[in-house]
Ligand binder design. Structure first.
Ligand code: PMP
Length: 492
């Protein structure tokens, strides 16, 4: 067991895993699973390398803000590195990238500035350049920064060759976004394993490299507008709308032996197959790279060893087309499994209310507590700290700015002597319902979360608050929208 000084030291050394079901029998197809990095993508390598390179050169000073244009994984890696090292981070990102990426960045303390999808990759890059120039921030320039390729030459390549343990490597298959992986791994393999074929994959509908058409550039050598063959495609992180200098250097250095176009639906299907047949859970560009690697494998000689990069995890794509066919509700088969035994079903009544005999023995002080609290508190909710219905009711109170008392029956304060449970039993007796929350307004029982929502919808809540002279903000939306998404279909 290794012990690490800090999280950055866990970057790299990702496993090379053999595919046992999906690969043809005559080859050994290994995948390099980059989701083993701390922020679950290949870009963690580059994030650390660029920041530490800039620290060494003095381009980045202590406390200086770091900025970068990124579709997500680079930003998430940078956010980790900047959090660990104490640099503020601003990320520019086109609005069409998956929402979970933005949220992760903000969770890690970064700020995210969105740019219009219509302006594509160049738009977010231009915005980052503008902001860096205006505020004197350190711009990472992942598309051009040599540290991005160098880290792959110095870490990814030795990792692969060490794991091959002297056996020949027939082919290495990768996609390219910045081209850091492609450029760095290909140049390293050319030096240390010159017989290895380098295969670069790209979307079949946006064959920018495959076309052989050069990238239009301005007099300073920067990309001028989109490449004529670029089309929007499914593989987030792959093929931006221009050819980066790192990618171009790989082409010019003759580092690419063959191009492999990949259709979007094949990328998604391959990602799902990899999950179901091999238990390896990866994103869209990984499915795309593996699809390309399977084409290479089909043609490869017997006994060939092939390595395929898998850049990130499927968890980053829950809101994207990769998961569009994955249901939230039970399907026919799951329903029939549910109905194959008697208990815990949606089509049968729930748990019975506590027996009357039991409630008769309740401690008097619990009963007195309930009655006094209800009588003396304008708005009170008997709740559980973390239940979803209580959380939804709290959302409504918060949205309306209503000052209420929450009696959290499972909180530490109510645990001694089973007080919370005794109060709960009193509530069940008083309300005729065993469920929590139970909301009382002006001494009257409203009921649970959905009754509270119905009371708000009908105007009853506003009337009751007005009668008591309690200030509140009107709420115009459907209160049911405050329920967690998985509860919508059941509660409404
Ligand atoms: N796949 C995904 C999911 C990515 O985020 C990236 C990085 N943009 C890549 C592939 C391509 O890697 P590279 O930038 O090293 O070419």
């Amino acid at each position: 067991m290794a012990r690490y000084d800090n999280i950055l030291d866990t970057i790299g050394n990702t496993p090379l895993v053999r595919l046992n079901r999906m690969a043809p029998d005559h080859v050994n197809l290994y995948v390099k699973v980059e989701s083993f990095n701390p922020m679950a993508s290949v870009k963690d390598r580059m994030a650390r390398a660029i920041i530490e390179d800039a620290e060494r050169s003095g381009a980045l000073q202590p406390g200086q803000t770091v900025i970068e244009a990124t579709s997500g994984n680079t930003g998430i890696g940078l956010a980790m590195v900047c959090a660990q090292k104490g640099y503020p981070l601003v990320v520019t990102m086109a609005e069409n990238f998956s929402v979970e990426r933005r949220k992760m960045l903000r969770f890690l303390g970064a700020r995210v500035v969105l740019t219009p999808a219509s302006e594509k990759g160049t738009g977010m890059l231009k915005k980052a350049e503008e902001l860096a120039a205006e505020h004197g921030w350190f711009l990472c320039r992942q598309f051009d920064n040599p540290a991005n390729a160098r880290v792959h030459r110095e870490t990814t390549v030795p990792e692969i060759l060490d794991d091959m343990n002297g056996e020949p490597l027939y082919a290495f298959v990768t996609g390219f976004g910045t081209g850091g992986t492609l450029n760095g791994v290909a140049s390293g393999l050319r030096e240390h394993s010159p017989e290895t074929r380098i295969i670069a994959a790209e979307p079949d509908n946006a064959q920018v490299l495959g076309s052989g058409v050069p990238q239009p550039r301005d007099s300073a050598g920067n990309p001028q507008g989109s490449h004529p063959n670029f089309k929007p495609h499914l593989m987030q992180g792959w093929s931006p709308d221009f050819i980066s200098s790192l990618t171009e250097a790989a082409v010019e250095g003759d580092l690419i032996d063959a191009m492999q176009p990949v259709p979007g639906d094949a990328a998604m299907a391959t990602s799902r197959r990899l999950a179901r047949e091999e238990g390896i859970f990866v994103g869209t560009s990984s499915g795309a790279t593996l699809h390309a690697a399977l084409q290479v494998a089909a043609e490869a000689p017997a006994g060939a060893n092939i390595v395929c990069m898998l850049p990130d995890t499927a968890e980053r794509y829950l809101s994207t087309p990769l998961f569009a066919d994955i249901g939230e509700d039970m399907d026919e088969e799951e329903l029939s499994i549910s109905q194959s035994t008697a208990g815990f079903r949606f089509d049968r009544a729930g748990a019975p209310a506590p027996a009357a005999a039991q409630s008769r023995q309740l401690h008097e002080d619990a009963a007195r507590f309930v009655d006094e609290t209800v009588a003396s508190t304008p708005v009170v909710m008997f709740a559980l700290e973390w239940c979803e219905f209580c959380w939804s009711a709290r959302n409504l109170f918060a949205a309306m700015g209503i000052d209420y008392e929450s009696v959290d029956l499972d909180s530490v304060a109510y645990q001694a002597g089973e007080r919370g449970n005794k109060i709960r039993a009193v509530l069940a007796e008083r309300t005729g319902s065993p469920t929590i929350p139970q909301v009382f307004v002006n001494g009257e029982l409203v009921g649970g979360c959905t009754e509270l929502f119905d009371f708000q919808r009908s105007g009853g809540l506003a009337d009751a608050l007005d009668r008591m002279g309690i200030e509140f903000t009107p709420f115009d939306r459907d209160p049911y929208s405050l329920l967690p998404k998985w509860l919508h279909s059941r509660a409404s």
